[in-house]
Write a protein that binds this ligand. Structure first.
Ligand code: PLP
Length: 236
């Protein structure tokens, strides 16, 4: 795994700029910035970059690759308040690399995955918090379950003693303009309201570097921001 970093500028400064954008978007939407958790997406960035962000107060970090999460979580164990989010496609045979370390697994999207994750969580006796990843736009190539399957998969997660369903996550297609992206975010919000609302599904994870302001206006509680904090990623 290549975690060499192409650092653009200053991580600490970038973090504070992103926090300001979060505050402005929240204000615009009449929300409290305290409702919004910034997940710093550190995939393909170095452990040193994570340490710098952590020293500046950042606690939630997002990773996309199973072994990379395992290695970073192991090497950064001394950062005792760090919280790891897994936000990538997770093959079922790699659950073992992620489940022991993760604080929120954001990409649960099928009955099969729920079954395997629950079995592994039971084996290691760890209650795993997860989000259901929904492909609200029904793009063929994207991961995430369809809105039609969503309710049933939520029910399957609820039945599992070793899993906790904490909310919903979505990734809109990359090539949309802001207004089209907004449609995806509001669709995820609608799905939350139709399935028990905030009481059952407190977390809405949506929005990235280029569109998290819009996501906050549409109700995001978690925004996943990589490039705007850490700069361009090294090629994989
Ligand atoms: C990489 C990634 C992000 C961060 O993207 P940026 O554009 O760098 O902010 C957010 N969410 C997911 C699921 C990702 O894979």
């Amino acid at each position: 795994m290549n975690t060499n970093t192409v650092e653009n500028g200053n991580i600490v400064e970038n973090l504070s700029t992103v926090q300001q954008r979060i505050e402005e978007a929240a204000k615009k939407a009449n929300r409290s910035p305290d409702e919004i958790t910034l997940v710093a997406v550190s995939k393909r960035h170095s452990e040193e970059s994570i340490r710098i962000a952590y020293a500046a107060g950042q606690r939630d970090f997002g990773e996309n690759y199973a072994q990379e999460l395992r290695d970073k979580a192991t090497n950064l164990k001394d950062l005792t308040e760090i919280r790891w989010h897994f936000i990538g496609n997770l093959q079922r045979n790699k659950i073992k690399y992620v489940a022991p370390f993760v604080n929120l697994l954001e990409t649960v999207d099928s009955f099969k995955f729920v079954g395997d994750l629950a079995a592994y969580a039971k084996k290691i006796e760890k209650k795993v918090s997860c989000l259901l990843q929904v492909n609200v736009g029904e793009e063929i190539q994207k991961s995430g379950c369809s809105t039609v399957e969503a309710a049933e998969i939520m029910g399957a997660i609820d039945k599992e003693e070793w899993l906790s369903l904490d909310g919903l996550m979505t990734i809109p297609p990359w090539d949309l303009d802001a207004q089209q992206t907004r449609t995806h975010f509001s669709a995820l919000k609608k799905l939350q309201l139709e399935n028990g609302g905030r009481d059952r599904l407190p977390i809405l994870s949506m929005g990235m570097s280029h569109d998290f302001d819009v996501a906050i206006e549409e109700g995001a509680t978690h925004v996943r921001v990589g490039t705007a904090i850490f700069g361009t990623r090294a090629p994989r």
